[in-house]
Design a protein around this ligand. Structure first.
Ligand code: AMP
Ligand code: ZN
Length: 466
């Protein structure tokens, strides 16, 4: 087995071996918790989940960190508008984020550091950068001086001179020496939350959050750092500058980036308003497996065009897998021990699937092998030349698919169980007096056509009549 991943740093597929034998250390940029995540975000998070699952299937222990950005311009502005503290405001979106992860069957990372819980580590990093002369002060804020870091631009391959001229036109922050210089520490502004620290009052810049938390939890050099392509510049470029300038060590060995989910030729994004959340799609009757399958079916480095037709195709493909699993269950009791020859084919298809995944997570190729086997299995079943050995070999392939793609054929969704789980989460939120979160869950269910009634005997639910 040889894993090969495309590394944004070299623009090449490279053989992947972790730094510490047997363990992969992975940092995945997480959400800014100011609103619900949309399915564009989930394209990236799902691909990262697939990466994690595949590494585990290939025998590695994975230590994954995903940050929660709970302090930045957007969280601060929205909390203010809602009349809530930053903590109260972000908590409901952190809860919603975890609900969505669970609904989509995304495995939990080992660490979900919140930026506000790592302020001392961030301050230490700023102090180190100050000591080494990479940071200067201007009107109470601290900026990273990119001219002190000769490798700046290596990840995004930007043409520094042309880029700087362009940036100067767009930039309204005249208190920086160079428009590309970026804030590592921001001076307090009227009414905004801030921390009193050794580098002065203020709050961390977004890029600093990821540098400090990743190095704290994974070490100064770690294996893989991921995100969507929009993170390459400036976010990841700035993370490299801050981290390497402070440690003189390579920060990350493999940078991997997912292409975007596109709607009508444009990136799905909050600011364009062209987005769907999981709740929107659930309200239209799409289950989470279908969304998961649709988002994983295209190779992560290819843009994926979102359409409802695409969702229907995903539904149809999943039905083919469910039908096969059902047919296998029905046939199983009457099978004889000897095989009809399909077992060898199944092993080949499995090998093909795994090799495609080893090769930069080529999901489309892997699914090609799987559906070839679905067709071949039906043919074998139709012909009656199908034995227990064949059954076991085909089931093994479905198991491999289930463990990497996180979708088990034959396990159609139990919507009632999903609703009951949401009701339990609402009760827990009420117990801890988090009425905002409880109301949020009630509203979500309502959007899905589920009405809750609080009765003396407990909560009852019913489907809203159309
Ligand atoms: P944000 O909350 O905007 O910082 O995004 C969180 C993550 O989702 C980042 O890794 C982004 O690169 C990723 N992302 C945002 N929009 C899309 C999209 N339309 N398609 C794929 N990934 C996205
Ligand atoms: Zn980040």
């Amino acid at each position: 087995m040889t894993l090969r991943f495309h590394n944004t740093l070299t623009r090449q597929e490279q053989v992947f071996e972790p730094l510490h034998p047997g363990e992969v250390r992975l940092y995945t940029c997480g959400p800014t918790v100011y609103d619900f995540a949309h399915i564009g975000n989930f394209r990236t998070y799902l691909w990262e989940d697939l990466l994690r699952r595949h590494l585990k299937l290939r025998g590695y222990r994975v230590t994954q960190v995903m940050n929660l950005t709970d302090v930045d311009d957007k969280t601060i502005a929205n909390a203010r508008a809602a009349g809530l503290t930053l903590e109260d405001y972000t908590r409901r979106y952190i809860d919603a984020f975890f609900e969505d992860l669970d609904a989509l069957g995304i495995e939990r990372a080992e660490h979900y550091p919140r930026a506000t819980a790592f302020i001392p580590e961030m301050v230490r990093l700023v102090q180190e950068l100050l000591k080494r002369g990479h940071v200067y002060e201007s009107r109470g804020s601290l900026y990273f001086k990119i001219s002190t870091f000769p490798h700046y631009g290596r990840l995004s391959h930007l043409d520094a001179a042309a880029g700087a001229a362009q940036a100067r036109i767009d930039s309204d922050e005249y208190d920086k020496d160079n428009p590309r210089d970026f804030a590592v520490w921001k001076a307090p502004r009227d009414g905004e939350p801030f921390w009193e620290t050794e580098v002065g009052p203020g709050r961390p810049g977004w890029h600093l959050e990821c540098s400090a938390m990743s190095m704290q939890l994974l070490g100064e050099t770690f294996d893989i750092h991921t995100g969507g392509v929009d993170n390459i510049f400036p976010h990841h470029e700035n993370e490299i500058a801050q981290s390497e300038a402070a440690t003189d060590k390579p920060f990350v060995r493999f940078w991997m980036h997912a292409a975007h989910l596109i709607v009508d030729g444009e990136k799905m994004s909050k600011s364009k308003g062209n987005f769907f959340t999981l709740r929107d799609l659930a309200a239209r009757g799409y289950d989470m497996r279908t969304i998961r399958f649709m988002l994983l079916s295209v190779h992560y480095r290819k843009p994926l065009n979102f359409t409802f037709e695409g969702l229907s195709q995903a539904q149809a493909a999943l039905s083919r897998l469910d039908d096969l699993a059902g047919r296998l269950d029905q046939t199983a009791p009457g099978l004889t021990d000897d095989g009809g020859g399909l077992a060898a084919t199944a092993k080949e298809r499995c090998q093909g699937m795994l090799e495609d995944l080893d090769s930069d997570l080529n999901t489309a190729g892997a699914l090609g092998h799987l559906f070839e086997l679905v067709r071949e299995t039906h043919t074998a079943l139709d012909s009656g030349r199908f034995g227990r050995q064949d059954l076991e070999a085909v089931r093994e392939v479905l198991d491999v698919f289930a463990s990497v793609f996180g979708i088990r054929p034959g396990q159609r969704v139990d919507l009632d169980a999903e609703i009951e789980a949401a009701i339990r989460r609402r009760a827990q939120a009420r117990e801890r007096k988090d009425f905002a979160a409880a109301d949020c869950i009630r509203d979500d269910l309502l959007a899905r056509g589920i009405v809750l009634e609080d009765t003396p005997q407990g909560v009852r639910w019913k489907r809203k009549s159309a």
